[in-house]
Design a protein around this ligand. Structure first.
Ligand code: PLP
Length: 386
């Protein structure tokens, strides 16, 4: 794909296609090699060793960087390695401001590094202006944002947070896992870094664990790439190849998945066993207006409260059809998770309560199945609640 700048869906489908391979391969071959022959004394042919750089990993990085509008990307072994790569740039005197309701693994990592003295962290409600102002007064080095948040689908205003963070001298990283660059591009809203668990929508087939950091600035990118090479936290060539294969269909997958998610959210909110439904695509969701302004779609993730609490949760998950009880999200198949005992167990009960993650909360990742089957599957679960 050459010539003038292309639309994002074209980049996703075709970046690097038919790019001049010796045999005319349309799809870039998978470079399963740990090392590369030198052309001669002190002279590589562009690559030397696959921890430092590999063509399969580079093509994924280039494609994601174009989709996010960044200077470049570093592909990591997992989403957590991507979050950690951003945190690796901090020192013992630095403060991180993080959302009090972020992904449980991110919460655990931030706490663990704080406890080891690597930096300090303040967990706050980033939608609360006064709390943000108080936290920014502490001169943070980094504001870490996750929007929509996992699992409560809280939406924060990235442009506003980024402007305030910049004024306070902080860099801004946004975890864009829940939407992907197909629906939100945080760099265009002022972020310095975008973090992904590519395990989710970007790969989209629940068969690879991976991550990425996209940097807006070339110097920041060089620092991250250097550190990824120092620590070896890089993604494998095979995983990169598989993930790029997923990126090819990202835009069509997410369009259909979010249409299904809206149908599911609309169904759930009319059911007597269901309390609150958290889906930013619903007009009365508190984050609806911000989401409509900064996103180009509402995504395929939602969560909801069962009125019967943990007992109802057990009955529901044992009877639900079509949705599989499993962690993770963003694949073509629909999944249901119970955050309190699964994805957010690592947070501990007290932190979950502070974040509003109750024991009756269920999270759905809506896939590509037929809308009527999805609703029928949920109805089977709800019908089993005594
Ligand atoms: N960020 C978010 C929002 C997530 O949901 C997850 C995983 O569920 C991660 C980061 C971590 O990604 P990984 O599981 O690929 O390490």
């Amino acid at each position: 794909m050459t010539g003038k700048a292309k639309q994002p869906a074209t980049i996703a489908a075709a970046n690097g296609v038919a790019a001049g391979d010796r045999f005319g391969a349309v799809v870039q071959p998978l470079y399963l090699t740990s090392t590369f022959a030198f052309a001669g004394y002190d002279k590589t042919q562009g690559y030397d060793y696959s921890r430092s750089a590999n063509p399969s990993r580079d093509l994924l990085a280039e494609t994601l960087a174009k989709l996010e509008g960044g200077a470049g990307a570093v592909i990591t072994a997992s989403g957590m390695a991507a979050v950690d790569l951003v945190l690796s740039q901090l020192g013992p005197d630095d403060l991180v401001i993080a959302p009090h309701d972020c992904y449980g693994g991110t919460y655990r990592l931030l706490e663990a590094r704080r406890d080891r003295g690597h930096f300090d962290v303040a967990f706050i409600d980033q939608g609360d202006d006064a709390a943000m102002a108080a936290a920014l007064a502490g001169a943070p080095a980094l504001v870490f944002v996750e929007t929509p948040s996992n699992p409560l689908m809280r939406v924060v205003d990235v442009r506003r947070i980024a402007a305030r963070a910049k004024a306070a001298g902080a860099k801004v990283a946004v975890d864009n896992t829940f939407l992907s660059p197909a629906l939100q591009q945080p760099i265009s809203l002022g972020a310095d870094f975008v973090v992904h668990s590519t395990t989710k929508f970007i790969n989209g087939h629940s068969d690879v664990v991976g991550g990425a950091v996209i940097a807006a600035d070339a110097q920041d990118l060089a620092a991250l790439a250097h550190w990824a090479n120092v620590t070896g936290a890089i993604g494998a060539p095979f995983d990169s190849y598989m993930t790029l294969r997923g990126v090819r269909t990202l835009f069509v997958r997410i369009a259909q998945q979010q249409a299904n998610a809206l149908a599911v959210a609309t169904f759930l909110r009319a059911q007597p066993q269901v309390g609150a439904v958290y889906y930013p695509g619903l007009a009365d969701h508190p984050g609806h207006a911000i989401a409509a302004a900064q996103q180009s779609g509402f995504g395929a993730m939602l969560s909801f409260e069962l009125r019967g609490g943990p007992a109802a949760v057990r009955q529901f998950v044992e009877a639900v059809e079509v949705f599989t009880l499993a962690e993770s999200l963003g694949g073509v198949e629909s999944l249901v998770a119970h955050p309190a005992t699964m994805t957010h167990a690592a947070m501990g009960a007290e932190a979950r309560a502070a974040a509003g993650i109750g024991d009756g909360l269920l999270r759905l990742s809506v896939g590509l199945e037929d809308e009527n089957d999805l609703i029928g599957g949920l109805a089977a679960g709800l019908g089993a609640i005594a």
